[in-house]
Design a protein around this ligand. Structure first.
Ligand code: SF4
Length: 346
């Protein structure tokens, strides 16, 4: 028997095409998307506006069960919840972050990451790419648990999204689809360590998703030490790609800057940051480092405030991201191995 297709991996157009090829009426795809993503009902047997003989055929063609084993952990410092999802032995972490104004989810794109950033736990375990279906399944598990409708999505979980671009873009289409989940493209952020070919593909991608760059240093040699991928994609070429992206999308982007005391917090670091940011409409998110081992330490409140002061020429464009569940995943990754989520919710 043929392997069933994961229904969550299919964009609306792909599902429609598959159904038409198999002699289903054209409007079935619309009905199925409605059941899955509006009514959150996944069992074909219960899709009552579809003829029962067709429901049996759908069951034999598609896997629509949301059957993964999921553990949910509560944050000790805010209302965030971490979901640990078992995709057949590959453990993936996602975070649900409700706040007054919005409900954000942080999704993983890979089961680890091979980029070996020196400050990151995820980067020590190269994993595999997640399928578009596995990305959407993360979203659906959190959507079922969330009290409010999810409004924002950030690809800042485990992995480098631009190294799994086909599946990430497909997942973005499903998230954005007006027949299904309906997350506005401007509410979706993709965070990258600076994979230039991926940024170029995103520049041509028709949806207006937001871009975040895990920068961490604007000094080439230092960035290479922190993020070895910077040897391949250097700051000069990265800046060129970012300016092209901005010219095409006309949207403000974010630089994520993990603050590590004694490493990237000096006056020459801020000077390099100003220089790099020149000509780019951006904001800078400063993220006080969360240690994963003894190599680097966390900044004190004083050190963070001092750095903020040094960035004062950027004025309103600087934020410090503290005390939110998302901080445990830094700019992209840093999610694995964190102890902030301790108590499992039964
Ligand atoms: S910080 Fe991001 S890019 Fe770097 S190793 Fe971690 S997950 Fe990969």
């Amino acid at each position: 028997m043929d392997k069933k297709t994961d229904i969550f991996s299919l964009t609306f157009e792909k599902l429609a095409k598959r159904l038409i090829e198999n002699d289903f009426p054209k409007f079935r795809s619309q009905q199925i998307f409605k059941w899955l993503y509006e009514k959150n009902l996944f069992d074909f047997s219960l899709m009552t506006d579809i003829a029962s003989s067709e429901r049996e055929r759908l069951k034999s063609m598609f896997d629509s069960g949301l059957n993964e084993d999921v553990k949910v952990f509560r944050s000790r410092i805010d209302s965030s919840e971490k979901f640990l999802i078992d995709f057949k032995g590959s453990y993936v972490e996602s975070v649900l972050m409700p706040s007054k104004e919005r409900v954000t989810v942080c999704l993983s794109s890979q089961t680890g990451c091979g980029l070996k950033c020196s400050f990151c736990a995820t980067g020590r375990n190269p994993g595999r790419n997640l399928t578009s279906g596995e990305i959407i399944r993360q979203f659906m598990h959190m959507a079922l648990k969330s009290k409010e409708r999810i409004t924002n999505v950030v690809f800042m979980g485990m992995g480098e999204p631009l190294l799994n671009l086909d599946n990430v873009l497909e997942a973005i289409e499903i998230l954005n689809c007006d027949k299904g989940i309906r997350i506005g493209a401007r509410k979706i952020t993709v965070s990258t360590a600076g994979i230039i070919p991926g940024i170029e593909t995103l520049t041509r991608f028709p949806l207006q998703v937001k871009l975040a760059i895990s920068l961490n240093s604007a000094i080439q040699s230092k960035r290479e030490e922190l993020m070895p991928i910077a040897k391949k994609y250097d700051l000069k070429n990265l800046k060129r790609a970012l300016i092209n992206y901005q010219d095409a999308k006309n949207k403000r982007m974010t630089f994520e800057y993990i603050l590590i005391p004694g490493v990237n917090d000096s006056v020459s670091d801020t000077r390099a940051l100003f220089e790099f940011a020149k000509g780019i409409d951006c904001k800078v998110n400063v993220i006080p480092y969360n240690p994963v081992d003894k190599k680097f330490r966390a900044p004190t409140k004083r050190e963070t405030a001092d750095f903020f002061e040094k960035l004062s020429p950027l004025k309103d464009a600087v934020t410090i991201r503290e005390s939110r569940g998302r901080d445990i995943n830094g700019a992209c990754g840093q999610l694995a191995g964190k102890s902030i989520f301790q108590e499992e919710i039964k």
